[in-house]
Every structure is written in structure tokens, then in C-alpha cells.
Design a protein around this ligand. Structure first.
Ligand code: DQA
Length: 148
């Protein structure tokens, strides 16, 4: 069965409490539960990981191909700063979908640039928690496309 890793970076464990006007009132466990229900209906398996640490995220990306066919990554602020995360994504041969709850292009200018955008399949941003569901469907479409 197709397995997808949903990997969340720094401060995403704070969803629900953190700037709810920007990120919404939903918590990460609630998002993960909604993702699991959606994935079950689509016949795919999901795993979840969250870390506030850049190296742990890199370890998770490097290990992902052993167990997963794709990664949905909300890298949080590391999106805008981390060459190391970009290199980790480029080093694995499974697709990565970049995800953000907020529309990073409509916010502060330092959020407009994504270090990882050039090495991912595509980017979903601005749809709040629903973006996670959209990202699952985008990943499934991308995997189906590559198998066609
Ligand atoms: C974020 C956007 C980033 O700019 C920010 O640093 C985050 C969350 C989002 O989901 O909208 O931590 O990735």
C-alpha cells in the first residue's frame, strides 16, 4: 500500500495556540486525525512526524524512502532559511510536496522565498488546515502520474 510521510517542522506543534488569526484554531493532532480519515478513504497509509530541530527533519527525510513513497513537508520557518533541508530533499528519490497553512507570498517579504521550492514537486499554501488534505490528493495524483 502507498505510504506517505507527513512531516511538520518548527512551531507546528503549537497550532491551535499559535497566532490563530494566521494559522487557525485547529491543533496538529486534529489535523492529523482528519488526514488519516481522508487517507483511509483514498486507500493510502500515512505516518506523521513533527520536530522543532533541523537535523531531525533532515534525518526523517533521509530515512523516508525506506518506508514511504512520498513526503508532505511543512518545513515552517526552515523553508526560508535551510540549504541543508533543500539538499536533503534533493538527495532522496521520492517526491516531496511543500505545504504551508498560510499564503507565504502574501506575508512578510522574508517569507516569499522558499529555499526548498526548486526541489519539490509543487507547493500548496494559503488554504489553512485544509491544505493538508489537498496535499494528500496532490501527492496521490503525482504518484499516479509517475506510475502512468
Ligand atoms: C508556515 C509558514 C512559515 O513562514 C512559518 O515560519 C511557519 C508556518 C505555514 O504553514 O504557513 O512556521 O510554514
Amino acid at each position: 500500500m502507498t505510504s506517505i510521510l507527513i512531516l511538520n517542522g518548527p512551531n507546528l506543534n503549537m497550532l491551535g495556540k499559535r497566532e490563530p488569526d494566521i494559522y487557525g484554531a485547529t491543533t496538529l493532532p486534529r489535523i492529523e486525525a482528519a488526514c488519516s480519515a481522508h487517507a483511509e478513504a483514498r486507500g493510502v497509509l500515512l505516518s506523521f512526524q513533527q520536530s522543532n530541530h533541523e537535523g531531525t527533519l533532515i534525518d526523517a527525510i533521509q530515512a523516508a524512502p525506506e518506508n514511504h513513497q512520498g513526503i508532505i513537508l511543512n518545513a515552517g520557518a526552515y523553508t526560508h532559511t535551510s540549504v541543508a533541508l533543500r539538499d536533503a530533499i534533493a538527495s532522496v528519490d521520492i517526491p516531496v510536496v511543500e505545504l504551508h497553512l498560510s499564503n507565504i507570498h502574501a506575508r512578510e517579504s522574508f517569507r516569499h522565498h522558499s529555499m526548498i521550492a526548486p526541489v519539490v514537486v509543487g507547493q500548496i499554501c494559503g488554504f489553512g488546515a485544509a491544505g493538508y488534505i489537498l496535499a494528500i490528493d496532490a501527492m496521490i495524483a503525482s504518484l499516479n502520474e509517475s506510475m502512468a
